[in-house]
Ligand binder design. Structure first.
Ligand SMILES: CC(C)(COP(=O)(O)OP(=O)(O)OC[C@H]1O[C@@H](n2cnc3c(N)ncnc32)[C@H](O)[C@@H]1OP(=O)(O)O)[C@@H](O)C(=O)NCCC(=O)NCCS
Length: 120
């Protein structure tokens, strides 16, 4: 299930976000996590199964109300098991009627998820 980011998950969030090609630089990564913590238009969610945090998805709300998925990562040992898709589907279910889209990095995966016909 998706849970809202809390400060006590900061280290695990940084570890997951560092898999994004845009978050390889430590200073950039720290600034990103700070923004998620401080900016109400930036929202970060963790994917938790039992006691394990296995994925992360982060969004930003633009002035037109559109939600952009700017980060999505799954821990390498649990990839190709549908977690990325489940995060996208659960995020969209949390925001009925809201337009959600990907950004330059996430759009191809997001479009793939949107095209899913499988039920999760
Ligand atoms: C992208 C990512 C979140 C997918 O998570 P996942 O849990 O493995 O995803 P799922 O199991 O739900 O789906 C896997 C499918 O997505 C595809 N996929 C992975 N990355 C993709 C991408 N960037 N664009 C399009 N499809 C992608 C896989 O090829 C696979 O396809 P298949 O089902 O036809 O074999 C994960 O690979 C990851 O953390 N990557 C590193 C972080 C990253 O680069 N994020 C930005 C790119 S979205």
């Amino acid at each position: 299930m998706l849970i809202r980011f809390k400060k006590n998950y900061e280290k695990i969030a940084m570890g997951l976000l560092s898999f994004m090609p845009t978050e390889k630089d430590l200073k950039k990564l720290q600034a990103t996590v700070k923004e998620y913590d401080a900016n109400e238009n930036w929202q970060l969610y963790l994917w938790k199964e039992d006691d394990d945090v296995l994925g992360i998805i982060g969004t930003t709300k633009k002035e037109d109300g559109v939600i952009h998925i700017q980060h999505i990562c799954v821990t390498p040992s649990h990839r190709h098991a549908g977690i990325g898709r489940k995060m996208v589907h659960e995020l969209r279910a949390m925001m009925p009627g809201v337009t959600v889209c990907g950004n330059e990095q996430t759009a191809s995966f997001y479009e793939k998820c949107k095209a899913d016909t499988i039920s999760l």
